[in-house]
Write a protein that binds this ligand. Structure first.
Ligand code: APR
Length: 232
């Protein structure tokens, strides 16, 4: 089976009702990104940040994967598929994708603010208990925080993601402005000559080579790509 690796960003979930980061005056769902998605923002006002992710989590549990997510999941019948996503939503999983690497964390989880990656303190929240009361403690007594990689923090899933990209026979980038590093650096890990596609309705600039641009939204773009794949 050929291996297809996807790298997805905020544009992947636009057709499911989520907003992108850039292009909204620096606001993410109406909040300044530095306030709700940075390490300093969390330290300054954990209540505001907890409430923000409560709101987003509620929205996520009411959201559905779009046609683009579904086509990616369906490709598992014929390909070895890995999805690397910068998104914190679980819409790839909800569509049926079974191998998803989250570079920037997961909205459905909360963790210790002292040891975010200690598995014994990571809790999975569901639609019936999606809201965290500000001030709630993790098992180690520190504040429970969203399992999100904030700006200013390291990205531990980058290495495993890079290994997947190195192994790819086909690489597909969808809905990311490629502004945020280290995620954007993944484009440079492909083997020479690997067919690479970039699906985005807007122009995205990258110095990576060998790229076929599909100037469409995620769903339409994935339909077009699915028709091209058997010929590769
Ligand atoms: N389908 C596909 N792509 C779309 C669509 C759509 N329907 N609508 C918009 N886009 C594209 C935009 O043209 C843009 O290139 O999605 C891209 C979104 O870019 P960003 O908002 O910069 O999002 P992303 O690249 O995912 O941001 C990276 O930044 O704030 C951090 O951690 C956060 O993971 C996030 C990271």
């Amino acid at each position: 089976m050929k291996k297809i690796v996807f790298l997805t960003g905020a544009g992947m979930s636009v057709e499911s009702g989520f907003k992108t980061f850039r292009g909204n005056d620096g606001l993410w769902e109406n909040y300044p990104v530095e306030q709700v998605a940075s390490h300093e923002g969390w330290e300054q006002d954990p209540t505001l940040v907890t409430n923000f992710y409560n709101m987003l989590r509620k929205k996520l549990y009411a959201a559905q994967p779009n046609e683009g997510h579904k086509i990616i999941a369906a490709l598992e019948k014929e390909y070895n598929v890995t999805v690397i996503t910068q998104n914190v939503d679980n819409l790839h999983e909800k569509a049926g994708s079974t191998h998803v690497i989250h570079l920037h964390g997961e909205l459905t989880k909360v963790c210790s603010s002292r040891e975010p990656y200690d598995p014994q303190y990571i809790e999975e929240l569901g639609p019936d208990n999606s809201q965290v009361a500000p001030g709630t403690k993790a098992g180690d007594g520190s504040l429970l925080r969203p399992f999100i990689v904030f700006f200013g923090e390291s990205v531990p899933m980058l290495e495993p993601a890079a290994r997947e990209v190195e192994d790819a026979d086909i690489f597909v980038v969808i809905g990311t402005s490629l502004n945020v590093y280290p995620a954007a650096s993944l484009l440079y890990y492909t083997k020479p000559g690997t067919p690479t596609f970039l699906i985005d309705p807007n122009a995205v600039s990258t110095e990576a080579r060998n790229i076929t641009y599909i100037r469409k939204g995620a769903s339409e773009g994935m339909k077009e790509l699915a028709e091209m794949l058997p010929k590769l």
